[in-house]
Design a protein around this ligand. Structure first.
Ligand SMILES: [Zn+2]
Length: 383
């Protein structure tokens, strides 16, 4: 549906039918002025802009089916809105969570299960030899816990909205650690060797993993990160690929593309969000440690030579030491994954701190003299 909106006059989209998600596209400037109103709740779209299609657009999955959806704009704009309806499906948590400490395939919810009641994907698949696992976020809600319904709506947006054969990603990871198999293999190859639609129109050699949520400003929680790492452990072990390696790829913005890469390594996009992008070096470290423990023969190699800062032990029970080498770092902050500052102080060459918080992921932000921050993930366990 195409809309011409005049300033501050709300326009109602079809009232006769339930919808479960909306996809709005328009010029970036237009989208910034748009809000959607459902019942009495008004949602701004600006923080939900999704660059996946290379065209700014916003995709919102509702927590319940909605009838009265209004669009309001502060200025005169032209936009296109697509609406989807995916009947809710309750899988009653029958799928167990995933371990990260081995290289077996984690449990996933097959597409044939979560897709129940929706139109099947169009036939026609290509197999590909995967050398790069590409990490995405879906730029959607961080609070909607109807994960199965979120995945079903993404499927509709990709198939009915974008006109693709199937959902674009090979795997989707929910905030509680549930993993969904994505693109249907249709008997062509293993599902993890099916070429998807997620990486800047150059999908050959890649496997796409999308984390549900928006990680521009917040980081994924521990359950979601562990599930992501469990897929990476399994897939890189299966392909005998080193997480520290890079290979030439036709759509890499740099010279080479990492074996664990992110969407914005390939084209202009904010995906997978700055807060998730910052965790990639640590994810590579973690996966490499697991691959070695699984017996994959990897050459001795480190990305951390001459690292100016060391933080140890990590994980810890709360007592950690920060050691600075030839660095102009001056202060530290410990922040929660929600961005709350829990403690702060000055840094010496060697600083030992005690973090009196419950088990979980925290961030240590180190500020240098110019006022810029270095972010390190720390894990507190066994308290
Ligand atoms: Zn992406």
């Amino acid at each position: 549906m195409h809309f011409h909106l005049t300033p501050n006059v709300s326009q109602t989209i079809l009232v006769d039918q339930d919808y479960t998600s909306i996809h709005i596209s328009g010029k970036p400037l237009d989208l910034k002025s748009i809000k959607i109103q459902i019942d009495s709740t008004i949602t701004s779209l600006v923080d939900r802009i999704n660059f996946h299609t290379e065209q700014p657009s916003a995709f919102v999955v509702f927590e319940n089916p909605k009838k009265n959806i209004k669009i309001i704009s502060e200025r005169e704009v032209e936009i296109t809105a697509q609406l989807f309806y995916a009947p809710s499906l309750d899988l009653e948590n029958k799928f167990s969570k995933n371990k990260v400490d081995n290289c077996e395939k984690p449990t996933t919810i097959p597409a044939s299960i979560w897709r129940e009641g929706l139109t099947k994907p169009t036939p026609g698949r290509n197999a590909t030899v995967v050398k790069h696992c590409i990490i995405h976020h879906t730029a959607g809600s961080n609070t909607n816990e109807n994960f199965v319904d979120v995945v079903r709506n993404i499927y509709l947006a990709h198939t009915e909205g974008n006109g693709w054969d199937d959902i674009g990603y090979n795997y989707l990871v929910a905030q509680d650690g549930t993993i969904f198999s994505g693109r249907d293999a249709q008997g062509i190859a293993d599902e993890d060797n099916i070429q998807g639609a997620h990486f800047c129109s150059k999908n050959r050699g890649t496997m796409g993993i999308a984390l549900l949520g928006n990680f521009n400003l917040t980081s994924p929680n521990l359950s979601q990160l562990e599930a992501l790492e469990s897929i990476l452990n399994w897939k890189l072990f299966k392909e005998s690929v080193d997480p520290y390696d890079q290979y030439a790829h036709p759509n890499s913005l740099g010279s080479d593309l990492g074996t664990i890469g992110i969407h914005k390594d390939g084209c202009a996009t904010s995906c997978p969000g700055d807060s998730l992008a910052l965790l990639i070096p640590e994810i590579r470290d973690n996966v490499r440690t697991t691959l070695l423990a699984c017996g994959l023969p990897l050459k001795i190699k480190t990305l951390e030579a001459n690292k100016p800062v060391s933080i140890y032990p990590n994980p810890s029970a709360g007592n950690i030491t920060i050691r600075i080498k030839n660095s102009d770092m001056k202060s530290y902050r410990v922040v929660s994954t929600f961005g709350q500052i829990l403690q702060s102080g000055h840094l010496k060459e060697k600083t030992t701190i005690t973090i009196d918080e419950s088990n979980g992921i925290y961030y240590l932000l180190l500020e240098d003299k110019s006022g810029s921050f270095q972010k390190h993930k720390i894990l507190i366990i066994n308290k």
